[in-house]
Design a protein around this ligand. Sequence first.
Ligand SMILES: Cc1cc2nc3c(=O)[nH]c(=O)nc-3n(C[C@H](O)[C@H](O)[C@H](O)COP(=O)(O)OP(=O)(O)OC[C@H]3O[C@@H](n4cnc5c(N)ncnc54)[C@H](O)[C@@H]3O)c2cc1C
Length: 472
Amino acid sequence: MTEGESKLIETAREALGPHGVITDAADIEPWVSDWRGRVHGASPAILAPSSTDEVAAIVKLAGKHRVPLVPQGGNTGMAAGATPSADGSQLLLSMRRMNRIRSINAEGRLAVAEAGVVLETLHEAAHEVGLRFPLTLGSRGSCTIGGLTSTNAGGTQVLKFGTMRSLVAGVEAVLPDGSVHSGLTSLKKDNRGYSLDQLLIGAEGTLGVITAVALKLVPAVAARAVAWAGVETPARALELLRFLEARTSSIEGFELVPEDSLQLVLKHVPGTRAPLNDQHNWQVLIEATTADANTDVGAELEQLLGTALQQGIIGNAVLAANEAQADAFWKIRDTISEAERAEGQTLAHDISVPVGDMPDFIIEAAKKVEQAFPGVIASGFGHLGDGNIHFHVRAAGHSNPNWYEDEGAKITRFVDNLVTQAGGSISAEHGIGQLKLEEFGRLAPPGRVNALRAIKHALDPLGIMNPGKLVP
Ligand SMILES: Cc1cc2nc3c(=O)[nH]c(=O)nc-3n(C[C@H](O)[C@H](O)[C@H](O)COP(=O)(O)OP(=O)(O)OC[C@H]3O[C@@H](n4cnc5c(N)ncnc54)[C@H](O)[C@@H]3O)c2cc1C
């Protein structure tokens, strides 16, 4: 432990009380590795404030003693952004005790939630007042509002509602000098220059600690319809999306699934069965929702898919007959990564290119990767309508148990080069954290890197906010 750390821990005990400082190694251990268990850090203590004032006090003390802080919510992030360095020189700042929903206003369609509120808790609170917070993802039972905001998370509803950036109406945060930015008034119009709120969204804890967020709510779902369609190519899938969007505003989810992924799920995930009785190279999971109880969203989707079939856009389609079947369709989509892991070693890339270019990119990039690295299988699945897919490379023809360690970095560089040449992003949803820092530094244009460094230095000259993350 550094001298600064021991001084900070001692004074933090006075500021936070006995529940606010955790030094027991067994209690710290589950929080110092990332969710996937790939990056292992160390920290002599977890500081756990329960109010904005307490966060401000800790940040001021951290500045005084020059001790870096690593903000952490549910620790479900995919880029190891909430994992401290391995040398134990950084302290974890857990936001999980700041877990109150401060207000929920049905008239204004706004909720103000503290950073440590778990996403599922917000979903339930919105439901109780007849509203909905539309963003959802697989980690909803553990991830927090502060973490979601700090990673600008996406999920499966982005097509209709956007990422966190479009759902956040205001941010309250403690800045690196210990001052509090109060942006919770959620003004619809405010042109006083740079938006600090927007700067903090997606900043991965490098510019301050988010303590509370004002969030936009939407009307609750009155009904949903879920369908599964078979298509010849990703280009046909995008054509189907555009066909549907031109005729209805109810499309909320549109997920591309290659036949290879479907077969892996059927092989490895118990209780799953193919939705269609014939085979297609590609499949699409479609979810349509309505807030209007008088709209028969199922009949509308069925009729539209019938026309798409007649026009040759799709080869076949089936509408889920009930909620259980709708959930079963989603289960196929949600368990692709799990099925891949059961099959063998897989390299995951969370990438985006312009939406219109994605169909060709998926096919061409997979071909190039398979040619350059014989024996692998490359494929893309996920949020086609957002131009964001999970481009996964599997070690299908390799018996090397260390394939991931031996080949992974080389293949990732190859994929990242293709993405960059296509004008895309090497991190569509998961952020940069530590895991993508080197690649981001290698590929980002100098102007972008210089601006990031300048902003970071201007707001955090002492470098106490999550150093070693996001900024190359
Ligand atoms: C099963 C699963 C499915 C997922 N699906 C998706 C998906 O579909 N789309 C998607 O975008 N992501 C997805 N994710 C990853 C997603 O990024 C995280 O679930 C979530 O956004 C992070 O929230 P968290 O509270 O766990 O944050 P953490 O992991 O604790 O932290 C993430 C980052 O935010 C910073 N941070 C956390 N809290 C604060 C705060 N209060 N102030 C400042 N900085 C803070 C941390 O320092 C770190 O850099 C998935 C993760 C899992 C495990």
